[in-house]
Design a protein around this ligand. Structure first.
Ligand SMILES: Cc1ncc(COP(=O)(O)O)c(C=O)c1O
Length: 355
């Protein structure tokens, strides 16, 4: 087979779908778009000409996103999910150069570096999963390419402060693009867009999959300096965002109060879950600025399997460096979170709950 060695060496993206009634394993929104909004999106789609190609790059959507963030529309790039933009950034700035990130983090940065041929440098997170700013700055020295930092972090869920970022920001020069993956920024109610506005080597990557509740539709975007955006667009295929995707994203952007309501609910449920987990013996949750929580247990394998037996799917993270014993749960709907907590109590204390 003529498959390249770097492709063969790569392990596949890990996700095992579980037929569970309570699905808290992919950091999705727990509820679907209301019928009225779906109908609005369908009307918009119906009004478009299906025999025609969509816009070369979805300018109408780019402009709507620009208005949401008070950003230059020329600096907005949209693609089929933010994963595709992460790939485009590696194509634009990583191939034949370096890809620097932390570990553990969202696996797509490293996978794309290995797949496409970027020299991958992974710097371990510091104590308490803090950003190793000085170590990252050292990793940039003598190299050029693209650096990825998820903020809020994934899968650890913490928000990196300005102080943590400072040494890295100081080290970013024209040899580097620093990508802040802000997929979960809506739940943190804070982002670093003002830094991106000031420093043209910075990029913020966003997604419609989390706060907007559109993971199935596949839309992501980035906010950057127009000079960077124009280069990243070259790494995307022409006409790749369908009219369907654009129609749905535009519809939801027309309803900011709906999105805000979803975010408020997720934050409330996340905080309620956190509190409940702190009260369980042997369970240590980490504070989170996202719509999910990481928590440590003594026997993650048993807890995970016990929850699955009870119809609750969460995600194991204990195979990742520095995450021994950790599991991850998405803040779902109120009844789903209750079902998760009930099942977890049963798994942890079967003799007490069983009487
Ligand atoms: C940190 C982070 N970035 C990017 C993504 C990918 O999002 P999308 O659905 O837009 O491809 C995810 C999805 O879980 C994520 O956790």
């Amino acid at each position: 087979m003529s498959i390249r060695a770097s492709v063969r060496a790569l392990s596949r993206y890990h996700f095992t779908p579980r037929a569970s009634t309570v699905k808290l394993d992919q950091n999705e929104s727990p509820s679907d778009l209301p019928e009225a909004l779906k109908a609005e999106a369908v009307t918009r789609l119906s009004a478009s000409s299906w025999q025609r190609y969509p816009e070369l790059h979805p300018q109408t959507l780019e402009r709507a996103i620009a208005r949401r963030h008070d950003w230059d529309p020329e600096g907005v790039v949209v693609a089929n999910g933010s994963n595709v933009l992460l790939q485009a950034l590696v194509i634009a700035a990583g191939i034949g150069q370096s890809v620097v990130t932390v570990t553990p983090t969202f696996p797509v940065y490293a996978m794309q570096a290995q797949l496409l041929g970027g020299d991958l440098v992974e710097v371990p997170l510091g104590p308490g999963f803090r950003l190793p700013g000085a170590e990252l700055a050292a990793a940039l020295r003598g190299r050029r390419g693209v650096a990825f930092v998820a903020n809020p972090a994934a899968p650890t869920g913490n928000l990196h402060s300005r102080e943590e970022l400072a040494p890295l920001l100081a080290a970013i020069d024209d040899d580097w693009l620093l990508v802040l993956d802000e997929a979960y920024a809506d739940f943190a109610r804070s982002d670093h867009l003002d830094l991106v506005a000031r420093q043209p080597q910075l990029v913020s990557v966003r997604t419609f999959s989390k706060a907007f509740g559109l993971a199935g539709v596949r839309v992501g975007y980035l906010l950057a300096h127009p000079e960077v955006a124009v280069e990243v667009r070259k790494a995307l295929l022409p006409f790749s965002l369908s009219s369907l995707q654009a129609a749905v994203a535009l519809t939801v952007l027309d309803h900011p109060a709906y999105v805000e309501g979803r975010v408020a609910l997720a934050v409330r449920e996340r905080d309620r879950l956190f509190q409940a987990l702190t009260e369980l013996p042997g369970v240590v949750p980490l504070p989170s600025a996202t719509n999910f929580l990481l928590f440590r247990v003594e026997r993650p394998d048993q807890v995970y399997a016990g929850l699955l037996e009870r119809g609750v799917a969460i995600r194991r993270q204990d195979h990742l460096p520095g995450l021994d014993g950790y599991l991850r749960v998405t803040a779902g709907a109120l009844d789903e979170n209750d079902a998760f907590l009930r099942a977890l109590r049963e798994v942890l204390e079967p003799e007490v709950v069983g009487g």
